[in-house]
Design a binder for this molecule. Sequence first.
Ligand code: TAP
Length: 483
Amino acid sequence: MAFEYAPAPESRSVVEIASSYGLFIDGEFREASDGKVFKSVSPSSEEVLSEVAQASAEDVDAAVKAARKAFEKWSTLPGSERAKYLFRIARIIQERSRELAVLETLDNGKPIRETRDADLPLVAAHFFYYAGWADKLSYAGFGPNPRPLGVAGQVIPWNFPLLMLAWKIAPALAAGNTVVLKPAETTPLSALFFADICRQAGLPKGVVNILTGDGSTGAALVAHEGIDKVAFTGSTAVGKQIARTVAGTDKKLTLELGGKGANIVFDDAPIDQAVEGIVNGIFFNQGQVCCAGSRLLVQESIQDELLDALKRRMSTLRVGDPLDKNTDIGAINSAEQLARITALADSGEAEGAERWAPACELPSHGYWFAPTLFTGVTQAHRIAREEIFGPVLSVLTFRTPAEAVAKANNSQYGLSAGIWTEKGSRMLAVADKLRAGVVWANTFNKFDPTSPFGGYKESGFGREGGRHGLEAYLAPSSPEGER
Ligand code: TAP
């Protein structure tokens, strides 16, 4: 496949982006069976980055068959051998992390400081971590001889394209499964770059297959008879649809869905530290984070002090070119997402909440939304109930810890929460009552491959990360250890 150099700006030349990309099936890039393509656009400039193949149902079938064939050998390799491939992949990711960071920033719109300092190190760490598990599966707590499930069909969203890929592929391969993965339509490029890394690492053909396409490709993959496991990260609406498709089959399913995280600040919290945590909680990745701290619950007695400090801090945030190392807030991923954020923010005003945003000039091209704060929010407002998935913070108040817990839990979602207090006993007591898969104390948005991540209620089920993340890809052995 021909690669062509993309010119300025300066850091852009770090990565080569081909004018077109094929599907990665059985270790080779190939066109879609019906020749269909779609464009991947940079959300910060609206420039077309590349043309990418749109996988058909026939391509899904070919990829699943390739993965099935590869499974025969891959699943019988000693864990230590599989580990070598995963370690190799992890090292290549580290070596090529500059290219990958720029590519991800171009395709997704997130600031280069985040792709460079958060996404890429976490991606490599994930592969290193699961490489370490590959020869220790009998110690993972699923019986003395757990076995892989087979072929995993994996569908991921656009907010952390490469990191979500790592969360899906690393544990699946470590456990001896093979995969067919569909990245989101708006961010296909880093997954295709990863396909090239698999080739560079000498990974056997068919162990990893990447199918670019839209929701119809995802739907065809999930429904395919030849897969044994579905792993999905995305919206609750699509997750429910997938659960219906999988119902009545023996496919194993894990769902990582939406969230409406509560970030609870008590009156004894260190204010400056809490402000940093609130900003990180809602403005990291433009708030397009399933576990974003999108509801700030602040104790009434410190409301004025905290909001003054928060507004001062928000006024220093730099919105703009994501390739600029000083940028704090990059572009919204797509015109559709921008329209969704705009509509929900407008509903906040229409329902009577008070809107505030610092003065900031937004670039004339691309998709942008200024960091925004709503006060006077009630629990009935849409901006307090619905996932906005953008840089919009809804502020509510409480008087007692019991009221804070009740308000935090008053959500259809149950993915994440944050607690800010000096008292260790309060941290533990409140965390214990929160119905959230992840609870951070005096920090927010901290991720680690050793730590399981996942939700309650409509945030989905199953855990990714840690030892728990292996469970989704392993069948327990019988008590006698028979296969
Ligand atoms: P979705 O629209 O649900 O898309 C997620 C993925 O599913 C994309 O690859 C999408 O393809 C594909 N898809 C769409 N319709 C499908 C169908 N009927 N069957 C199978 N696959 C289908 O979500 P999104 O807009 O990309 O991401 C935002 C949402 O994801 C938010 O609600 C967010 O909270 C959630 N999210 C959750 C987490 C965790 S860990 N809980 C992490 C990230 C995001 P296209 O891209 O082509 O539409």
